[in-house]
Design a protein around this ligand. Structure first.
Ligand code: SF4
Length: 344
């Protein structure tokens, strides 16, 4: 995939063009023909000379393209897209509508090695990392029929476990010569890989950061998220503190509420204690059971009580209602084998 022009940032295309004796602006043509005009092959970049197009093709450069294989719409308007990858694997992306906002949730891996128990993708294990081109193309293909205002790297996979390609995708999507999606409209969501959070703090580009927390203590989090064994909450929060010292950016904590596991008033109070001093807001997410799971969703009243404790303590708190459940597009439901008719 090293020869895929869609996976290259503008800077990488400039280096490539220079290697062929071409000027920087030629790289700009390639970049915008791919990401704005959505050309399918090198020959369609008509502003390049015929000889340069031939040279690129002879050296095996190409433009990858995701194939949409299914599209499902929920009664609430949520749309789920299933894409086929060139090697026969499948991934999913979800488009969510909220007033004027159209948020696209993209995948960064096929499957995921993190094994969070509330997540269907985690049951697949890691199949493979996506390339930057495959991440970006979810936006390109879906963006051709819907204006997208926000992109969240929150679909299948752990973006920080595919850090280089995920960050390259951020750079490509953000660039003014391409999709030009504002950096504050791009969010990387992680289950909490501290090295990735610290690395992001040192980048010259700052997408929003969301952290899937889901528990106020290590003991509870270990039951839900195996990464906690390797990375206890103290380590995670020291990475967050480092990130905030460097960036002064607010982080979003995602918290899936599961009945009897992490959803009581006592848990909420422990969470308040844990979040004290962190510049943050909290999204409470209703749990969406998937086949084979043993947990139950929290009832509405308990959700409101939990949210009330956080709000009273001064934390901006939003309850994310279930979206796209009938098409298995809700949080934690992506990647079920029956959905993907998986060949894995
Ligand atoms: Fe992977 Fe995210 Fe699912 Fe955890 S929640 S298994 S990190 S996709």
């Amino acid at each position: 995939m090293e020869k895929d022009l869609k996976s290259k940032t503008l800077k990488e295309l400039e280096e490539l063009a220079a290697g062929f004796g071409q000027k920087d602006y030629i790289a700009g043509y390639i970049f915008s023909f791919i990401h704005v005009r959505a050309v399918k092959d090198i020959d369609s970049i008509t502003t390049l000379s015929k000889s340069f197009r031939r040279q690129l093709t002879e050296e095996d450069y190409f433009i990858s393209r995701l194939e949409p294989v299914d599209k499902l719409t929920d009664p609430d308007g949520t749309i789920k897209y299933v894409f086929g990858l060139p090697d026969g694997k499948r991934i999913e992306s979800v488009l969510l509508f909220d007033d004027d906002r159209r948020t696209l949730c993209v995948s960064t891996q096929a499957g995921c090695s993190m094994g969070c128990v509330f997540c269907a993708t985690g049951r697949l294990g890691l199949i493979r990392n996506l390339t930057a081109g495959e991440i970006v193309d979810q936006v390109n293909v879906i963006g051709a029929e819907n204006k997208i205002s926000n992109v969240v790297f929150m679909g299948m996979g752990e973006p920080m476990a595919n850090y280089d390609e995920a960050l390259k995708a951020v750079r490509i999507l953000n660039h003014p010569k391409g999709k030009n999606i504002g950096i504050r409209h791009l969010t990387i969501s992680t289950c909490g890989i501290p090295e990735g959070i610290e690395r992001l703090a040192d980048e010259d580009i700052r997408p929003r950061l969301a952290i899937s927390l889901n528990a106020p203590t290590d003991a509870i989090r270990q039951k839900l998220m195996p990464i906690t064994k390797k990375c206890p909450l103290d380590r995670l929060f020291s990475a967050i503190a480092f990130y905030q010292r460097k960036t002064h950016n607010r982080v979003t904590f995602e918290y899936v509420l599961i009945k009897g596991v992490n959803d009581t008033v006592l848990h909420a109070r422990m969470l308040v204690k844990r979040l004290r001093g962190v510049l943050c807001n909290v999204n409470l997410i209703e749990y969406n059971p998937h086949s084979g799971c043993i947990w139950q969703p929290t009832e509405n009243e308990a959700i409101e009580r939990f949210a009330g404790v956080l709000k009273e303590a001064g934390f901006e708190t939003t309850v994310r209602r279930k979206m796209g459940r009938t098409i298995k597009a809700a949080c934690g439901q992506l990647g079920s084998k029956e959905n993907l008719k998986c060949k894995n």
